[in-house]
Design a protein around this ligand. Structure first.
Ligand code: UDP
Ligand code: MG
Length: 346
């Protein structure tokens, strides 16, 4: 294996993680150095607005295996992760959060398991989430139950984005036309042989969570709508239920008419109108979710833009002596930008 193809790439998406980075390096580096094999750490700076890029530049001076990809704007955890996965060069590609909630030591077990049992995917499964807040635990529990119901049991419960993938799996992911893949669902769906390593999820080592409630809701909505038309069928069932209810009410109204007691009942009528209105709005909302996804897909915009990649800087070919004419700065920058755009199409 050449130095261009490390045995392992570790992708670390990060957004405003200046405080946790030195701690991460302190724990991750000994683990990776201890492997005794060539590796790279792909830090994906997801458009941080704090000192993260500066800290990364400093860290890179003392750690040549650290590669920094900077996205032009904050694109979200999944997009940053995808950017790192698609640009990683390792025979195996692992992904881990920057905040040390996923213990780096587990990476060694994952790699060993993948090799010993010739597995393409090894999931890090959270054996214990007692360090998470009660709210996070219960919403996560609900999320995994729902997703397993919709996608099937191939999705391991309590497995986030801490996992190891073989090169074949990464290439299969790249083949997919999806722009915003929810990796924790798409990866099991690929059907490669997989295994699990259980670990205890620690507390965030420093800084605060970057997953706001709205981001969590978005991940859940993306997960469901990208994998299942079931909510649309729910609309059908609600519609059918509403019609049945109305038929019953019609029968009751006819009976009431023949019994001469038609004055009462305005309240039930009122409720029925409100109920049907709500069902219609709900169904429109569901349709809107899917139409929004189709719209995004048709627009075809990349989910991220790579601004710079330190690997591109290092590996620029030396200018040919015969073609010594210097390129204008804009033209020189063009290949990297183009490269970023085409990569991000997936
Ligand atoms: N993250 C990112 N882009 C974002 C939000 C988060 O790259 O827009 C990174 C973040 O820096 C961390 C990982 O995604 O490395 C998981 O985020 P976080 O720990 O805040 O989520 P939580 O563990 O609280 O669910
Ligand atoms: Mg975290």
């Amino acid at each position: 294996m050449t130095s261009r193809e490390p045995a392992l790439s570790v992708v670390v998406p990060m957004f405003n993680e200046e405080s946790v980075l030195p701690l991460l390096v302190e724990r991750l580096r000994p683990v990776l150095d201890g492997l005794g094999e060539p590796y790279e750490v792909v830090a994906v700076d997801d458009g941080s607005t704090d000192a993260t890029p500066i800290v990364l530049t400093g860290l890179r001076r003392g750690w040549p295996q650290l590669r920094v990809i900077r996205l032009r704007r904050n694109s979200g955890h999944q997009a940053a992760l995808t950017a790192g996965l698609f640009r990683a060069r390792g025979g195996y590609v692992a992904s881990i959060d920057a905040d040390l909630q996923d213990p780096p030591e587990v990476l060694v077990d994952m790699l060993r398991l993948a090799r010993d049992e010739t597995l393409d995917i090894v999931y890090g499964v959270r054996a214990d989430r007692s360090t998470d807040t009660a709210f996070k635990r219960s919403t996560a529990g609900l999320y995994y139950r729902l997703v397993r119901r919709l996608v099937g049991n191939t999705v391991p419960a309590q497995a986030g984005d801490f996992r190891l993938l073989s090169r074949a799996t990464v290439e299969a992911l790249r083949e997919l036309p999806e722009r915003r893949p929810v990796l924790r669902l798409v990866v099991p769906w690929l059907g490669f042989p997989s295994g699990e390593v259980r670990y205890v999820r620690d507390q965030r080592a420093a800084g605060s969570t970057k997953y706001s409630l709205s981001r969590m809701v978005r991940l859940a909505t993306d997960s469901i709508t990208s994998f299942s038309g079931a909510p649309l069928r729910l609309a059908t069932w609600l519609g059918a239920g509403g019609m049945l209810l109305c038929t019953v009410m019609l029968v009751l109204a006819i009976i009431a008419y023949f019994r001469d007691s038609t004055v009462t009942g305005w309240a039930s009528l009122y409720v029925a109108v409100l109920f049907l209105g709500a069902v219609q709005l709900l169904c429109l909302g569901l349709l809107g979710e899917y139409i929004a996804r189709i719209y995004t897909a048709v627009q075809g915009r990349p989910s991220y833009f790579v601004g710079s990649d330190t690997a591109d800087l290092v590996e620029q070919p030396a200018p040919d002596a015969d073609l010594a004419e210097p390129l204008p700065p804009s033209a020189a920058a063009a290949p990297a930008a183009r490269n970023g755009a085409t990569r991000s199409v997936r």
